[in-house]
Design a protein around this ligand. Structure first.
Ligand SMILES: Cc1ncc(C[n+]2csc(CCOP(=O)(O)OP(=O)(O)O)c2C)c(N)n1
Ligand SMILES: [Mg+2]
Length: 1016
């Protein structure tokens, strides 16, 4: 066999055709010669370097080809034919191919080879430039007046004019030369070489049309290759007539729905979707594709814009239920204050018509606060995945919709993205859809963000971003399909940027011409997308005009009929808008199954068992840190003495609930160890990297799982996430712990908008627990106060109304409250309140101010007796000392809460005032235990009442408790204040000032004549 034949044979066997290349991408890039039977190993060099290293190589191949075209691989065959065609003036067979590559007859010199290589490299760079920067010149803006990205930057390495070829050392004469395509492009389809002109044309089609793809920052080559294949393969944007008709029908529904609302309620705010009607078919395409891939539950979050349309045409809420919300005379049937129609949520199970599979769609209720719902959706999605054992997110997924201004501006978007890949928080890929109407209320993007696109925030997690012109419905559908496939393939987030416009003002009342006159002149001229698309399909004969008109008439009729029946609705049930129903937890009417709470005490064996597990390492050969060993020995000692400290009390609550099948999840910054190093729920082997042990998961044979997870350094995002998690299942204890209580205020929006008011607005129970370390310990202004005053101000119990004590008052009062605020002073009470949270027949958020120094305080311990059967949470802890034995002689009754009790008790002892002063601990502050406080006030008839707190007077609890105490004593007595003076900062940064303040108010607390002679 001649040498030429060997080379040709190698090429034929080894030169990889397109289909082989496509298959190969998952296992790594390969355009290598792989036929080992012909002497090629997997280490064979790629073709191009071989060309580069030896121009004879091409010549030899060329000669082999001349001998018989079949001697070489068909790609080379095509290549040599091409070269011949492009140099017709010379008899091709007599020239060397290295010369032919230049399109001229030249003698064979090393310079020539060099030039071939350089030109190929240049073309490869050019291809790469389009992949990276093509989106900058994509035609994304349907209005064609603005840049959908903020910069008008036209990359110099894109061939927007012929002279740009010079950037690569090429010129116009090179346009018809063929170039071999690199393995990092799919523009060739089956062809491995293409003329430069065609290369550029195809790159423009893929990257500079109505779709702009941003993905080259992704640091995973398989993922990049996957995207390239999806967007570069020729002919990808092909739709069947059936698909086009479905798309048209969906666009009709979306458009006519808004038209209908506009006709019937022209002056009502509804935040219409006009200008982005394509959102509805877009979402439906995502859902269809996801359903086909096995997803059967989709949880969605979205802002105001287009929400009613999504409810009607994606979730399929009954139209009459939507229309009746516009009736001003509609009466509310449920308790609570309700919410405006474009905030309500919805849950619906239906059959997906495209896949014939069941699918559950839920849209989460949300406040006006843009993007606040993002982490909540993620938390709920995670919880559904967790409880269904859907470890990879193959069944349950989330879709988040955003406005362009909010997506760029709200920090919680970033926080939510950063949860997306964390093991205990990932939902395995969210599809984000941005309704990018290029405006936020009245503000232009150029003054609303510093990044070129509103979507740039997604780059931090390597999410691909697909920008698409929303006036090209087919391009949108394609992008949505790819996004859904991306999610199911890689389990990672992806962003669809629907570049659209807002046909009217921010809402239907707003005049946009005040602020965006030119844009709105253009918008008035803009043809509706439905008109454009229907014309297109009619021209293509995919539908007839008559079919189109019939489809429109059909949907209009549906709307009219629903409108007529909506007039019969006189009462609005918010319950019908519930996004997370708990059917087995409540009665069919959505009421609690009882109005009582079983006691929360436990058997001695349970306490012993939990105590022992908490003091040991359940795994063999597991070497823990000596400091942790010491802590565990300390716990064992306590257990031996039937004592519990704070950490053990918590262990008992969690461990016993796990035994009862209740999942417990504790999340927050450094919660695994505990900020104050008291918890140690995750043990780390000191010798084996990443070997950990969670003893709580080794407690019982068939226990529920315990999740304890250190979170990212976020409050807003993480608290929102846990709140969402707690929505999925009432039979779970979900706790979020702030590092220090003060940090909760960066999550204030979740607390105000969801936790304190969520049930009133959306009739949705939620049993989330907030653990907020709190206490004046001289640590300075920022590590002292969890701001109890804020929580108490938002408690809805009436300060001036003395309630009737009917039924189980404790439970009834909790039922009527919007949340529960406690400050426990003993481990047992902490443990009981956590257990009560689950024993209650309904769910309310629970805010617990937790201690810092008390974690190790020898007096702040509880006996096993306080946990035993029959014991329960004490809303108030009465004085049990000398004062309580002869209450008539007590001169002063000090009410307090939390840690200050121990300081007061110590001082009282030192001053020998135990008979004169009674100290009562308010453990549940809100709802206020009117019944128990009255008992105490009546018991100590001759005592003056004092409220003592360590917080400053304008903070803490005083403003909350004072009017309630006065209601208890019917304004016949004063409640005197003892504590720190009013202040701006929650605590001093100066240690000695701190101690002086403490001394001063302790002195007042026990100065029995301090208030004599003062007016009531
Ligand atoms: C956190 C928050 N800040 C301010 C507002 C007031 N607001 C309501 S809509 C809006 C503009 C939103 O623009 P964009 O996100 O682009 O959505 P669009 O209305 O354009 O669809 C603003 C500022 C809000 N709802 N939430
Ligand atoms: Mg906008």
């Amino acid at each position: 066999m001649s040498q030429f034949r060997v080379i040709a044979g190698v090429l034929r066997g080894g030169c990889v055709g397109r289909s082989q290349l496509q298959r190969g991408y998952g296992g790594g890039l390969c355009r290598h010669r792989a036929d080992s039977t012909r002497g090629c190993s997997s280490k064979a060099k790629p073709l191009l370097p071989a060309v580069a290293s030896n121009s004879n190589y091409i010549d030899e191949m060329y000669l082999a080809w001349l001998e018989d075209h079949k001697n070489v691989h068909e790609s080379w065959d095509g290549y040599f034919r091409n070269v011949q065609v492009s140099s017709p003036s010379v008899e091709a067979g007599k020239r060397r191919p290295s010369a032919l590559l230049q399109g001229r007859v030249l003698s064979h010199t090393p310079d020539l080879t060099q030039k071939v290589v350089e030109d190929h490299l240049a073309v490869h760079s050019l291809i790469r430039a389009y992949q990276i920067r093509g989106h900058h010149v994509a035609q994304l803006d349907p209005l064609g007046i603005l840049e959908a990205d903020l910069d008008s930057f036209v990359p110099s390495d894109l061939i927007t004019t012929i002279d740009k070829l010079g950037f690569y050392g090429l010129d116009e004469s090179d346009l018809d030369r063929s170039f071999q395509l690199p393995p990092t492009t799919f523009i060739g389809g089956q062809d491995i070489t293409l003329p430069l002109r065609e290369i550029i044309r195809r790159l423009e089609t893929s990257y500079c049309g109505h779709i702009g793809v941003e993905f080259m920052f992704i640091n995973n080559v398989d993922q990049c290759q996957w995207i390239r294949q999806k967007f570069e393969t020729p002919g990808i944007l092909h739709f069947t007539n059936d698909e086009k008709r479905t798309l048209l029908a969906r666009l009709i529904r979306s458009t006519r729905f808004e038209d209908f609302l506009a006709r019937k309620w022209s002056s009502e705010k509804r935040f219409g979707l006009e200008g982005c009607e394509v959102l509805i078919p877009a979402l439906k395409t995502i859902i269809d594709t996801s359903s086909a891939a096995g997803i059967d539950s989709v949880i969605m979050g979205m802002p105001h814009r287009g929400r009613l349309n999504v409810l009607a045409n994606v979730i399929r809420k009954d139209l009459d239920q939507i229309f009746c919300q516009f009736d001003p005379k509609l009466e509310a049937a449920d308790e609570g204050s309700g919410d405006v129609k474009y905030h309500l949520g919805m849950y619906h199970e239906r059959i997906n018509r495209k896949t014939d599979k069941n699918i559950t769609l839920s849209l989460m209720a949300n406040p006006s606060h843009l993007e606040a719902v993002d982490p909540v959706v993620q938390g709920k999605t995670k919880a559904e995945q967790f409880y269904r054992g859907d470890a990879q997110g193959k069944k349950v997924m989330s879709i988040l919709m955003h406005g362009d201004a909010a997506f760029a501006g709200q920090g919680v978007v970033y926080e939510t993205f950063h949860l997306s890949e964390l093991p205990s928080y990932t939902t395995h890929g969210t599809i984000h859809v941005v309704v990018n109407n290029q405006i936020g209320f009245t503000t232009d993007p150029r003054v609303a963000r510093s990044s070129p696109y509103p979507t740039d925030v997604a780059r931090v997690v390597n999410a691909p971003i697909f920008h698409v012109n929303a006036d090209d419905p087919e391009a949108v559908m394609y992008v949505c399909r790819v996004a859904a496939e991306w999610k199911t393939t890689f389990n990672k987030d992806v962003v669809i940027d629907l570049v659209c416009y807002r046909r009217f003002g921010h809402n239907e009342m707003d005049e946009p011409m005040f602020t965006q006159p030119l844009m709105y002149k253009q918008i008035r001229r803009q043809e509706h997308v439905l008109k454009k698309y229907s014309d297109k399909l009619i021209a293509e004969r995919a539908v007839t005009l008559q079919e189109f008109e019939e489809e429109v008439a059909k949907y209009d009729k549906i709307c009219e009929e629903a409108y007529t029946s909506s007039k019969d609705e006189k009462i609005s049930h918010i319950r019908h808008w519930l996004d997370s129903p708990w059917p087995d937890f409540f009665t069919a009417e959505g009421e609690p199954k009882s109005m009582s709470c079983p006691p929360t005490g436990l058997d001695e064996e349970v306490l012993q068992h939990i105590g022992q597990t908490a003091s040991s390492v359940p795994l063999e050969d597991f070497k823990i840190h000596p400091g942790v060993s010491r802590i565990l020995r300390g716990r064992a000692e306590l257990v031996k003495n039937r004592q519990m400290d704070w950490a053990l009390g918590e262990y008992v609550a969690f461990g016993s609930l796990l035994k009862e099948g209740i999942h417990v999840r504790l999340s927050g910054q450094d919660v695994e160890r505990g900020t104050f190093s008291h918890r140690h729920h995750v043990l780390h082997d000191q010798e084996v990297d990443k070997r950990i042990c969670v003893p709580m998961n080794h407690l019982w044979a068939n226990q529920a799982p315990y999740t304890v997870c250190n979170s990212s350094l976020s409050e807003y995002g993480v608290l929102g996430f846990e709140l969402g998690f707690a929505m999925a299942n009432p039979n779970a204890l979900i706790l979020w712990e702030a590092q220090f209580g003060d940090f909760h205020n960066t999550a204030q929006c979740i607390i105000d908008q969801f936790i304190s008011s969520g049930q009133a607005k959306w009739v949705r129970n939620n049993g989330i627990v907030l653990l907020l370390p709190h206490g004046m310990e001289g640590m300075g202004p920022e590590h002292s106060s969890a701001r109890p005053e804020r929580f108490l101000q938002m408690s809805k119990d009436d300060p001036d109304h003395f309630p009737d004590f009917i039924g189980d008052f404790e439970v009834q009062q909790l039922y009527d409250s919007n949340w529960i605020v406690v400050n426990c002073s003993t481990p047992a009470n902490y443990s009981h309140v956590l257990r009560r949270q689950i024993q209650l027949p309904f769910r309310k958020p629970l805010v617990i101010f937790t201690p810092k120094s008390l974690l190790r305080h020898p007096d702040a311990r509880s006996s096993f007796d306080d946990f035993n059967k029959g014991t329960k949470f004490k809303r108030l802890i009465p004085d049990e000392g000398l004062a309580s034995q002869s209450p008539g002689q007590v001169k002063r009754l000090i009410f307090c809460t939390g840690k200050v009790y121990y300081e007061l008790a110590k001082e009282r002892k030192q001053l020998n005032l135990e008979k004169d002063v009674a100290i009562i601990r308010l453990e549940q502050i809100s709802p206020f235990p009117f019944d128990l406080v009255r008992e105490e006030a009546e018991k100590y008839t001759n005592a003056e009442l004092v409220w003592c707190q360590e917080e400053h007077k304008n903070m803490g609890y005083y403003d909350y408790v004072r009017p309630r105490f006065l209601t208890v004593v019917a304004n016949r007595k004063s409640i005197w204040y003892v504590g720190r003076d009013p202040a701006a900062a929650p605590a001093t940064g100066n240690k000695s000032t701190h101690l002086n303040e403490l001394k001063r108010f302790m002195d007042t607390a026990f100065n029995l004549s301090a208030f004599q002679g003062r007016d009531i």
